[in-house]
Design a protein around this ligand. Sequence first.
Ligand code: PLP
Length: 434
Amino acid sequence: MSEHANLLKRHRAVMPSWMALNYQDPIEIVGGKGNRVTDAEGKGYLDFFTGILTNMLGYDVPEVREAVERQLATGVVHTSTAYLLRGQIELAEKIARLSGIPDAKVFFTNSGTEANETALLLAAYARRSQQVLAMRQSYHGRSFAATGVTGNRAWTNVSFSPLDVHFLHGADRHLPQFAGMSDERYIDACVQDLRHVLATATGGDVAALIAEPIQGVGGFTMPPDGLFAAYKSVLDESGVLFISDEVQTGWGRTGQSFWGIGGHGVTPDMMTFAKGLGNGFAVGGVVARGDLMDGLHAVGISTFGGNPISMAAANATLDYVLDHDLQANAARRGATIIGGLASARERLPIVRDVRGKGLMFAVELGDPRTGEPSAPLAAAVMEATRERGLLVGKGGLYGNVVRMAPPMTLTDAEAVEGLGILIASLEAVNEEAA
Ligand code: PLP
């Protein structure tokens, strides 16, 4: 047995069977530099999935590495939040300012799951209610409350929750009942659904709506701009709080705005974040209206949340994003790739949809004869891109969406290279499926 095969065997023996691995023959990544990684066999890949949107600046970024090394050199890896932590305060100040939330305060966690758990707790506490609204096809993490608000049975088959959850349909306009609808009519239909759920399914005292502005795991669904502003005006009538889960959409990735929700023209009451902020170092958190954050009348800490190493990495990453205007870069490079994919779509009957904003884009695959969602075709496209030296991700309610979120530092040459590989891979799979 090869060393690689043995590693996979050991993985299967001790890791949970439900832990997702990409590719038929999963890859062991052993090196990274810039926007490329190398596997244990020495094969190089351009990375269009960046962990899962975690290596937002790519790999081995000197600014981030040096910031972490400076912190390590102090000898202080951890002291706990019972002491003043300069890096934590500085990062909180930046995020509070960038959030646009009035009187914002920040609490740091180690993951997106914990961030959502905290936001839901704050909302439930503020409104003295365990009723929450969430979106179908959503993904919010792996804790008990987070799986409860995850409306995607491929990712959670937990049908019970500490919360009383009601799901809205507004995230996915690909459902047959919305076919051909204008944005305006679609938003109207979603608002009617929200009013209907509030009036008929809930006890009236709902704590919050939690939603991803663009669903990540759900397949980069792109609800029309303005949907969440329309929702918020209804939620405000009865004091329901709005939590925007920015774990995948934050930091300018959409190119359109700094937070995914920015495109909707509305400021949420809370936002949760994680993934890219530490450029690979574990950091997440909640930014919320001060009254909501301070409303939790209990002593609280997160032992490792906001630790000095994560804070050093996150401050350096966020400064890099802002100093280099990576939001603008995301818009430019994303337009090249999304435009290229959209033009190729005409001659690729396996492609049901091409969609995206900035460096968050997807290709949805379907059977060329029936148009039905096809997970095997998405898997085949993943294998074809891998063969050609490009890493991508998968998602969607039916597992039929190839998702891509390259580093926000993507260069023009890398955008063109990745697009070329994507089109060649789609063509190869299309030919086989014809
Ligand atoms: N929220 C969204 C939108 C996510 O995509 C994820 C992870 O994929 C999470 C929350 C959970 O984050 P974590 O895996 O860091 O706990």
